[in-house]
Design a protein around this ligand. Sequence first.
Ligand code: AHR
Length: 496
Amino acid sequence: HTAVVRIRPDRVTAPVSRRVFGTFVEHMGRSVYTGIHEPGHPTADAAGFRQDVAELVRELGATCVRYPGGNFVSGYRWEDGVGPRDERPVRLDAAWRSLETNAVGLHEFAAWASEVGLELMMAVNLGTRGAAEAAELLEYANVDAPTARAQQRRDNGADEPFGITTWCLGNEMDGDWQIGHKTADEYGRLAAETARLMRFVDPSVELVLAGSSSAEMPTFGEWERTVLRHVGDLADHISLHAYYEEVDDVSDFLASSARLDRFIGDVATIVAEVEREQGLTKHIGISVDEWNVWRTTQFNQVDKEPLLTGPWRFHPRIIEDEYTATDAVVVGSLVNALLRHADRVKIANQAQLVNVIAPIRSEEGGPAWKQSIFHPFAIAAAHAHGDVIALDVDAPVLATRSHGEVPSLDAAATRTDDGVELFLANLQAEHDVDVTLDVDGYVAFAATTVGVPDGGDRLTTNTEASQPVQPRALAIVEGASSITLPALSWNHVRLR
Ligand code: AHR
């Protein structure tokens, strides 16, 4: 069980887009309420935001945050979340059969995001609403002119505009679960009208089109082509959403990164075709603005029905997946895939941040802690700077049941003047791998591994009571040109 990684620092794919380390906060379940916001919690600040959670968010090191949904945004009235708190209405959130108090809205969230160092990336409702409401929100948020909308923002406490650059035009409009689900033509037209008006209001915005909700959507491909023909000239990015889970075959699950590679590659091919066909001179980026491990089969088969028919509740407990050591390795390999596509993938948001399929968990009145998947994200976010460089990898293949053979060593690398950062996932569940690092002039000087903890197994999870899945230093021989990676591990190797 040996592998060779050839590193040629001049083989630059593209600069690292720091926005690929984005995250996502939706008004859903306990993400906002009792997640980031819980007045009365012992650590809450004057605005009601939990400082124990805020501290973990800072440590995660994400760069931007998509908000406020997700499926939620497709029925959301942003006006409900601004103005005096005691006058805000309680609304039904039909997407998640929940009650929304609107205690947190644009002003509170923007203040929190800035305190934890996240750039705000806003989604507009193209489910029940249209171009006018999106442009009104944009005017409220970004315009510094003597208009009634801008004055409303000032009256609500924000003299300065929020200056939000990145805007998502709706969410998963291809899915029949979406409020206001549309055909590609219907969405393409609406997105074009909305984009045009938003650009008139604020020409500096970056606009993200809603692409396919998964590679398995029956409309995947045709959706992208149709939408891009309507609005490609007015948009900067098109999204894709990708969730992976272990159903009944671990090797299929371990192929998630190869599957994401293919999905991104297929979208990139379509984007390039439409760019040529339409004579577009700019390049449209890909925004992987929801990705993660999520046990959707369990949610759809067991949890969804009671959720959709049960009583209306405030911040119900929904999809609080508990992540295993295996999930951490897969999440690390998915980050690798995002980096490998740095030439097209300019934005990515792990979905989500707290409690709802999240790296951070919290309990009401109780503690907050890091799930296993926190670690690869945080390590990569801290170290991936400069340029992404392409690697040649010779490694044994992993035979999977449904996805053919995939490389058992999943690799990505970045380079700055200080050195090379290698991110390597050993996807072999049973075998360590001895990796020879073929590099001119560089030597390994530090390495960290995330995977199966001592005394645990691949299904070990971090819980409120204990968090055994932690990064640990990996022994390397000083000046080494080879390293042994444990079975089922994601690793960060530093070279200089
Ligand atoms: O992240 C959870 C949900 O997954 C989002 O609301 C939706 O966009 C996607 O289907």
